[in-house]
Write a protein that binds this ligand. Structure first.
Ligand code: ZN
Length: 171
């Protein structure tokens, strides 16, 4: 096992959609294990493969009941509306109240190739939406409203110039 460096806002790999996984080989299993270790070390509740520089469609998550892996995830249905203070390991130290669907239906496969079909609401539903966004090359910055986005850009610009230093949180 080992840990990866988590790619940060501005890294182009975070803007690129990932490729589906056809073969669950030893490399994919090792990648998932190392991603779980990286997520726990951060600490975070979710991590997508492109956040560690790997353009494959999988994410890991752990909301307190043990780590899980989802390959080729898709959200096939969503409903409702829920506001949650959301952060990201690739945009450390910042969070915003973001409105997204409250319930989602996620499908994918696990590391053994079994089909997954999970109905999730509120917190877990939010984790799924955040990680699937990552795998599509979308960051939470793009889910902000206009005012939030303007503020975020200002902070991130100042940070890029080395004008501030904050600590990580999120997924
Ligand atoms: Zn994130």
């Amino acid at each position: 096992m080992g840990t990866f460096t988590i790619r940060q806002y501005g890294d182009p790999v975070l803007r690129q959609p990932t490729r589906e996984i056809d073969d669950i080989d030893a490399r994919v299993v090792k990648l998932a294990q190392d991603m779980i270790e990286t997520m726990h070390a951060a600490p975070g509740v979710g991590l997508a493969a492109n956040q560690v520089g790997v353009q494959r469609r999988l994410f890991v998550y752990d909301i307190g009941d043990g780590p899980k892996v989802v390959l080729n995830p898709r959200i096939v249905e969503s409903s409702g509306e829920w506001t949650f203070e959301e952060g990201c390991l690739s945009v450390p130290g910042l969070s915003w109240p973001i409105v997204r669907p409250k319930e989602v239906h996620l499908v994918g496969i696990d590391l053994d190739g079994n089909e997954l079909s999970i109905e999730a609401s509120e917190y877990l539903g939010r984790v799924f939406q955040h990680e699937v966004d990552h795998l599509d090359g979308t960051l939470l910055i793009e889910r902000l409203d206009e005012d939030q986005r303007r503020e975020a850009r200002g902070i991130l610009r100042a940070r890029a110039l080395g004008l501030s230093e904050e600590r990580p949180a999120g997924g």
